[in-house]
Design a binder for this molecule. Sequence first.
Ligand code: AMP
Ligand code: MG
Length: 180
Amino acid sequence: MRNWLVIDLEATTEEGGWPVEDMEIIEIGASLVAVDGHELDHFQRFVRPLRRPCLTSFCRELTHISQANVDSAATLTTLWPQFERWLAPHLGNLAGWASWGDYDRRQFELEWQRHDLRSSLRPLPHTNLKQRFAEARKLKRAVGLHTALQLAGLAFQGQQHRALEDARNTARLLPLIFAT
Ligand code: AMP
Ligand code: MG
């Protein structure tokens, strides 16, 4: 049986949003799940942004991530080896990694390049579960995670727009998506 790594990122932003190039990761959440959806391991870290170290009030309210959370966090460059060490023993049994939409993949790719980071995720296939869910349910257009859970008869568990909780809620939809 092969496992899936579901990843969700939180990033700097303000009302109306920013282009990905202007955003920086402030939290990484990862839930390693078996195909039946049960969690085998998880990873969560705050990340200190460098370009705009001061979070906007909009960002703090959206994510419930405080200025102190990021001030006391390591930068992505310092933190990345921790993620790689956590991931290493799981790599052999990984079918791929997945996220809700394509944003998280784009943000990761951009920051790996910007900070010259070697990522074990890069060669692995990425699945856009938002798109896959819409196809599986024959929806006219892709929907947000909260709506997708509702359509599946599930309620969002925990705090929305927090990386690990978003990743875990996304992972709950995996068995439904792959069953079709
Ligand atoms: P999410 O995984 O949905 O929490 O979104 C990831 C990141 O996208 C957040 O940490 C924000 O930086 C940004 N974002 C999400 N929703 C919004 C929004 N309504 N307005 C501005 N930025 C947003
Ligand atoms: Mg999120």
